[in-house]
Design a binder for this molecule. Structure first.
Ligand code: HEC
Ligand code: HEC
Ligand code: HEC
Ligand code: HEC
Ligand code: HEC
Length: 431
């Protein structure tokens, strides 16, 4: 409770006690107490309304601008700095973020060394050439940070300690989780068909590699879990992990064995380090001990994996705001990437390939299959597959490998009809 709240409580207590003491004895005195209380309460509300937190920060910022001003124009601007609520509003994204009412220097490089909440915001924002690639004036802040955009005081806008706010602000700094938000627009970062390389999302990329089998046990998470449609169903589907609110999570998970604050982050993080401790046998609820293995990972990796699973949800960002580089850039990037991975093609050669062959590279089919001496040895050599299989067989097989080859471990790729046709056309040329 702050001082103001204590004064308000004090007034209410005096009114209450006054009523008890004076009701039968002195009505006039009682009314006097009531009137005074009302005036005081009214005064307090008005005063509070006129001195909100953000106004203080804006005055401080204006002072800072004045100190840094060099030209006459800058001095005038600082002197006339308007004290008003600032808001980034975007109906398509359903945001009304007032964070910039206090975070006033996010776009001002002169504020690189200013204290918070005035500091310049270079992260995930400006490239080496100085070009801005996420326009805060369009996309706001909560899209990456979460929190409560409409609020105008620190406690409510950061919403870190508000129990019923669904998506509290992600921590920044050492235990940062902000990268959990990148995949909403950079879908290739987490979706298996993309596996985009993205500067600034290194935590997610590390977690992704670990999950794909680059760990001491050499086990892929999809050996048990389904992730975006790929994998087994022995364990919960992880594709919507991050869509759950804190409340929903706590209602559906056994929080008994979590150390420290019993919340979704701690459950997930500690479960990665010691699955059997967090999900032990629980005969009362017919629950067996979890079969999830203890990977023996570092605490750092547990934090990265936690951030990665928080990023898992269907994006509700309109497509036009998502990362959709033009086809040429993407081709060049992919060409370079494929070349790097397999040393198969130069970007020039890559550009000449048929759509089907590009898909074959894009989906990393060659990791398992060999074509003309290049590729993996986990699955049948496809060098002459065009002579063996009909179009119909191929289509059926793409839709669900297990429908034609019972125990196949070939993944079920979520291919569109056009993609399946293009792949089939390419495979038919292999004779
Ligand atoms: C009333 C003013 C105010 C508003 C509104 C506000 N902030 Fe802050 N913010 C601060 C202050 C002051 C700090 C530095 C002290 C602190 O961490 O509490 C800060 C710190 C931060 C930090 C760094 C935290 C850290 O641990 O270093 C982030 C990130 C942040 N704010 C994001 C936001 C976002 C996103 C919003 C909008 C949803 C927002 N803020 C709204 C005043 C504000
Ligand atoms: C595209 C995503 C994105 C958007 C949009 C975004 N931020 Fe950030 N922000 C980040 C990342 C990434 C970091 C670095 C966090 C970390 O890892 O510590 C960061 C860090 C911060 C910090 C801490 C700065 C520091 O020095 O550590 C503050 C404060 C902050 N952002 C405020 C804002 C405000 C206010 C807005 C809206 C005007 C905003 N951000 C919009 C991604 C974003
Ligand atoms: C609201 C959607 C959105 C979110 C959230 C978002 N980005 Fe982006 N990002 C884009 C778009 C769109 C572009 C392309 C911008 C352009 O060309 O002007 C882009 C471009 C980039 C680029 C330049 C890359 C290139 O190859 O051109 C980087 C790096 C980047 N984003 C990193 C991040 C990181 C890291 C995060 C998470 C902290 C993030 N983005 C979150 C939409 C988003
Ligand atoms: C041998 C099978 C197996 C493997 C391999 C496995 N898990 Fe699990 N995992 C489970 C089972 C079973 C559960 C559900 C019981 C429990 O532990 O709470 C689970 C639970 C989880 C949960 C909580 C899911 C929820 O909705 O409650 C997460 C997150 C998770 N695993 C992530 C991973 C990641 C990431 C990997 C790879 C690094 C992985 N798991 C590897 C079997 C596995
Ligand atoms: C994880 C390893 C793996 C990947 C990746 C993979 N496959 Fe397969 N594929 C297999 C296995 C195993 C078989 C044999 C069992 C079967 O018929 O499903 C197979 C069979 C095939 C066959 C039938 C071969 C024959 O001679 O009967 C075709 C065609 C094929 N795959 C195409 C593809 C294409 C195209 C891709 C990429 C979109 C792909 N595969 C990716 C493992 C893989």
């Amino acid at each position: 409770m702050n001082t103001l709240e204590m004064i308000v409580v004090g007034i209410l207590v005096v009114s209450f006690l006054g009523t008890l003491a004076l009701w039968k004895r002195d009505k006039a005195a009682l009314y006097a107490i009531f009137s005074l209380s009302l005036v005081a309460l009214f005064g307090i509300t008005t005063w509070q309304d006129m001195t909100p937190e953000w106004k203080g920060y804006q005055r401080e910022y204006a002072k800072l601008l004045m100190e840094k001003a060099k030209t006459q124009q800058e001095k005038e601007d600082a002197a006339n700095f308007p004290i008003e609520i600032r808001q980034i509003w975007n109906d398509e994204l359903k945001i009304a973020d007032r964070c910039t009412s206090c975070h006033l220097g996010t776009e001002n490089p002169d504020m690189a060394d200013a204290p918070e909440p005035f500091r310049y915001h270079p992260a995930a924002h400006v490239d080496e050439q100085g070009a801005i690639y996420h326009d805060f004036n369009k996309i706001g802040c909560t899209i990456c940070h979460q929190g409560q955009g409409r609020a105008t005081d620190v406690v409510n806008s950061h919403a870190v300690h508000i129990h019923h706010w669904e998506f509290p602000m992600y921590p920044v700094g050492e235990k940062s989780m902000v990268q959990a938000s990148c995949a909403q627009c950079h879908e290739g970062l987490t979706k298996p068909e993309g596996y985009e390389i993205l500067k600034g999302a290194e935590m997610i990329m590390d977690a992704r590699d670990f999950a794909a089998g680059q760990n001491d046990l050499e086990i892929e998470c999809t050996a048990c879990h389904t992730i975006y449609g790929i994998g087994e169903v022995v364990a919960p589907d992880l594709g919507e992990y991050g869509a759950r609110t804190e409340h929903e999570f706590e209602g559906t998970h056994n929080m008994d064995h979590v150390e420290g604050h019993k919340d979704m982050y701690n459950w997930t993080y500690q479960h990665f380090l010691e699955p059997k401790k967090i999900s032990p046998a629980d005969p009362a609820h017919g629950q067996e001990e979890t079969i999830m293995p203890e990977f023996g990972m570092s605490e750092e990796m547990a934090h990265k994996l936690t951030t990665w699973v928080y990023s898992m949800k269907e994006s509700n960002i309109p497509v036009k705001y998502r990362y959709r580089p033009d086809a040429e850039t993407l081709e060049a990037k992919r060409g370079a990437l494929q070349q790097e991975i397999a040393g198969l093609y130069t970007p020039e050669e890559y550009a000449q390939l048929s759509e089907g062959e590009k898909l074959f590279l894009k989906y990393n089919c060659w990791v398992c299959h060999t074509v003309k001496g290049k590729g993996g040895k986990l699955a049948p050599d496809l060098t002459k597959v065009g002579t063996r299989r009909t179009d119909d067989w191929m289509l059926k097989h793409f839709k669900d490998p297990r429908s034609v080859t019972q125990k196949s471990f070939m993944p079920q790729f979520n291919l569109s009809q056009v993609q399946m046709d293009e792949l089939t056309a390419y495979l038919k040329t292999l004779q």
